[in-house]
Design a binder for this molecule. Structure first.
Ligand code: FES
Ligand code: FES
Length: 155
């Protein structure tokens, strides 16, 4: 099946079986290995990418459903870790092994677009689908919270 979509702002056209998983197309066919695969079952959030601005699990997404969509991976957000959310994660020590980090940063970015003034509880709820086995989550929550309130407002 011929699939056309936008990937990190660039048009892409590839031939793939319709049920090929987006995570495999990104990592194997297109060489974008920033997207990770953990569980492969929609449970861990490591494979999160943005589809038309919304966080989705790319391990569950057949490529046929990506036809005409706009996909953003961590490579599209900031190749040199220069996106504000990436910087905030680094500043807060919210990255240890880093396996969960691309998914968490994309989920957090999509969430703050929806809710630019969140409480910490709202951040926790929004990121509940992204698992991290290293950090204990507090540094991640702080990174997202401080990025939301980078202008110094408290909530
Ligand atoms: S690898 Fe997709 S949710 Fe775990
Ligand atoms: S930093 Fe290792 S899983 Fe999150």
């Amino acid at each position: 099946m011929r699939i056309q979509f936008e990937l990190n702002g660039q048009p892409v056209e590839i031939d793939q079986p319709p049920m090929a998983r987006l995570v495999d197309v990104l990592r194997i066919e297109l060489g974008l290995t920033g997207t990770k695969e953990g569980c492969g079952e929609g449970e861990c959030g490591a494979c999160t990418v943005l589809m038309n601005g919304e966080a989705v699990n790319s391990c569950l997404l057949p490529i046929c459903q990506v036809q005409g969509a706009s996909i953003t991976t961590i490579e599209g957000l900031g190749q040199m870790a220069d996106h504000p959310m990436q910087k905030s994660f680094l500043e807060h020590g919210a990255v240890q092994c880093g396996f969960c980090t691309p998914g968490l940063i994309l989920s957090s970015t999509a969430f703050l677009k929806e809710n630019p003034n969140p409480t910490r509880a709202e951040i926790r709820r929004a990121l509940a689908g992204n698992l991290c086995r290293c950090t204990g989550y507090q540094k991640i929550i702080n990174a997202v919270y401080d990025e939301a309130f980078a202008k110094g407002e408290e909530k």
